[in-house]
Design a protein around this ligand. Sequence first.
Ligand SMILES: [Zn+2]
Ligand SMILES: [Zn+2]
Length: 132
Amino acid sequence: MKQEAQCSCGQLKAIVDCEITKTSICHCFECQKRTGSAFGIQIRVEQDKVLIEGGSTTFKRTGDSGGVATFHFCPKCGSTVYWELDGMPGSIVIAAGSFANPKLPSPTFMVYGNRMHHWLTMPESAVEYFMT
Ligand SMILES: [Zn+2]
Ligand SMILES: [Zn+2]
């Protein structure tokens, strides 16, 4: 079943042609800044299962571990729809909220729990993976 992720204005799309089985949460400050929300939530799929439509501007960011993420956001409305990680070639990470689908699977893991907003409660399905 195809599922479509898109930016706020609809110009930039990532169309996924496989089942979405996992979501994950990141509480890091960079994800908080990127989303403007308390945490980032995303899915990862194989690149050959994703069709990108529309144009994007990119922003590269080096993470704590030294890995580089290349974020693709809509030049018109600014929403980040997807990104690539240099440590995971062949994969695309897509912002879960871009699907506007509240039925995506519950998160199976989370990182940067030490930066989680104090009022949040995570679902039991979200196993914490500690970043060093
Ligand atoms: Zn847009
Ligand atoms: Zn993050």
